[in-house]
Design a binder for this molecule. Structure first.
Ligand code: 6PG
Length: 245
């Protein structure tokens, strides 16, 4: 596993760097006649990144027909709910770019979670090629990190962290009880490229512990991500990593 840490001045610079890196990845795939399969993160941090992509030169200059978009997790709410990761992404990016509807694979948050988890698994299987281990291998999975170290909707101490067979699970937010659909650690670890986007002072304690003790077993799901045949990247800003030079 290759690991890279990119220290950005602030979330705005992180968004610009991510947009440039996304442009490179999408254009490289398009140049070889392939698609770029991505699983996007929810939460607030990626929104600035999406908003940069929704502006020139990215909005009209990228081969969006070669982007295949999934979500790493979704809240079990309707797509027009302010809690919806799809809504955030659609408002910030998808509604501004010329991406084919068929390339957008949202979790149907309005469905019963027990049914949707299976339907979404099948949708991933149909569209994302599997690696030798049988799990789907996304080209690029974007992740956020909660203050408690959760990622996607995999929360500390949750039984879903032990799931080694399924592609998706039904998760429950530990504080709100909100049901979520999340991809599992085996899927995340199977990706070609996994990028954490971490911004803000609230993330300092857990991020510092992960960065400084990463090789030790920690209770944080974000520390359990190891894309063995891929690259693990941390895009962090100064507010989240003030100790970094
Ligand atoms: C979600 C996300 C979640 C998020 C982290 C960080 O659905 O909320 O997938 O894992 O990435 O909670 O969220 P912020 O970027 O808002 O800090």
């Amino acid at each position: 596993m290759k690991k890279e840490i990119y220290l950005l001045h602030d979330i705005s610079e992180m968004a610009k760097r991510l947009a440039e890196d996304f442009k490179t990845a999408l254009e490289d795939k398009a140049a070889s006649g392939e698609t770029l399969t991505v699983a996007l993160s929810g939460g607030h941090t990626p929104k600035a990144f999406f908003q940069v992509l929704a502006e020139p030169p990215y909005r009209d200059g990228l081969p969006w027909d070669k982007a295949i978009v999934f979500w790493g997790d979704e809240r079990c709410v309707p797509p027009d709910d302010d809690q919806s990761n799809f809504k955030m992404t659609n408002d910030a990016l998808l509604s501004h770019i010329n991406i084919p509807e068929a390339n957008i694979h949202r979790v149907l948050g309005e469905n019963p979670p027990g049914e949707e988890v299976t339907r979404y698994e099948e949708e991933i299987k149909r569209n994302i090629p599997a690696a030798g281990n049988g799990f789907p291998r996304f080209d690029w999975i974007f992740l956020g990190m909660g203050e408690d170290g959760h990622t996607a909707s995999l929360f500390p101490g949750a039984p879903t962290l032990k799931e080694r067979d399924r592609i998706c699970v039904v998760a429950t937010h530990p504080e709100t009880g909100q049901k979520r659909i999340s991809i599992t650690l085996p899927v995340i670890d199977n990706a070609e490229r996994v990028s954490f986007l971490v911004s803000g002072a609230a993330k300092v304690p857990v991020l510092k512990e992960i960065m400084e003790k990463g090789s030790e077993p920690l209770p944080y799901p974000s520390s359990m991500v190891h894309p063995v045949d891929g690259i693990l990247e941390w895009y962090v800003d100064k507010a989240a990593a003030p100790w970094m030079p």
